[in-house]
Design a protein around this ligand. Structure first.
Ligand SMILES: NC(=O)c1ccc[n+]([C@@H]2O[C@H](COP(=O)([O-])OP(=O)(O)OC[C@H]3O[C@@H](n4cnc5c(N)ncnc54)[C@H](OP(=O)(O)O)[C@@H]3O)[C@@H](O)[C@H]2O)c1
Length: 228
């Protein structure tokens, strides 16, 4: 358990999916209280049971998305872009006053390997505009393949770029990046989510071209990530 942890309970909205469940198992292993959210509480409970079996402990719980968001200190949104707006509508009131980490990549209806800018330019910017300034939206984890996350003992050879308009919120999310076994970098304001989200189709393109499932990014040239 990290000593400097201040966020205790994390909800993963869409946590039954590949990316959310991978983050969930890592955070639970690091000592966070983790709640899996789903449109269907029974499906969330089933996924929580699966993760608890992997962990060998009953520390992950599952419930519907609204209850999960209500019970958490920090909420992570990990759903397909087609479900982004409708899911935000479900949790809007429950996330007021909280940090919302948006993992969503706005893949279009065409090829997933081609950059698609949504109307609001980035999913995270759309989330911030919809939820209002009382929610601190932070974008992160879009460039980490779920393939890296599912086994909590696997060493992840990737870095994570985190952006948002509130430094303290980004610092909380960087703690979560580290708890999940990666290095996190403060990559500036939330507008930079346009570039971070757009990197994912490039990684998908690399995966297709080089027959991989694990393309990721590494930042070089920074020796000291001291956040003070
Ligand atoms: N997979 C990756 O490697 C990866 C990597 C980086 C970023 N991402 C991004 O992270 C997000 C989640 O990815 P994923 O692979 O975990 O997605 P996923 O498995 O396809 O879906 C995640 C969850 O979203 C919910 N969902 C699906 N369709 C929905 C709908 N129409 N309405 C409401 N909820 C719906 C489902 O939960 P319930 O049915 O239980 O409600 C599902 O389990 C995406 O935006 C993706 O682009 C993924």
């Amino acid at each position: 358990m990290a000593d400097d942890k201040t966020i205790l309970t994390v909800a993963l909205i869409g946590g039954t999916g590949k990316e959310g469940s991978g983050l969930a198992v890592r955070w639970a292993a690091a000592g966070y209280n983790v709640i899996i959210g789903s449109r269907d509480a029974a499906r969330a409970e089933q996924k929580a049971d699966e993760l608890n079996t992997v962990l060998g402990a009953g520390i992950v719980s599952g419930t519907d998305n609204l209850t999960a968001a209500t019970q958490a200190d920090l909420v992570v949104l990990s759903v397909p872009y087609s479900a982004h707006q409708s899911t935000l509508e479900t949790i809007r009131e429950a996330v007021q006053g909280k940090i919302l980490v948006d993992v969503t990549v706005p893949l279009g209806t065409g090829k997933a390997s081609v950059v698609h800018l949504p109307e609001g330019q980035a999913a995270a910017l759309e989330a911030q505009a919809f939820l209002g300034e009382n929610v601190q939206v932070v974008a992160g984890f879009q460039n980490v393949s779920a393939e890296h996350l599912k086994d909590p003992d696997h060493v992840v050879d990737c870095d994570v770029l985190v952006c948002g308009n509130h430094r303290a919120a980004k610092d909380e999310v960087i703690k979560l990046v580290e708890a999940a076994g990666m290095r996190g970098y403060d990559a500036g304001r939330l507008e930079n989510a346009i570039a971070i989200e757009s990197l994912t189709p490039i990684l998908i393109s690399l995966n297709i071209r080089y027959k991989s499932k694990q393309a990721g990014i590494r930042i070089t040239g920074i020796d000291n990530r001291d956040r003070s």
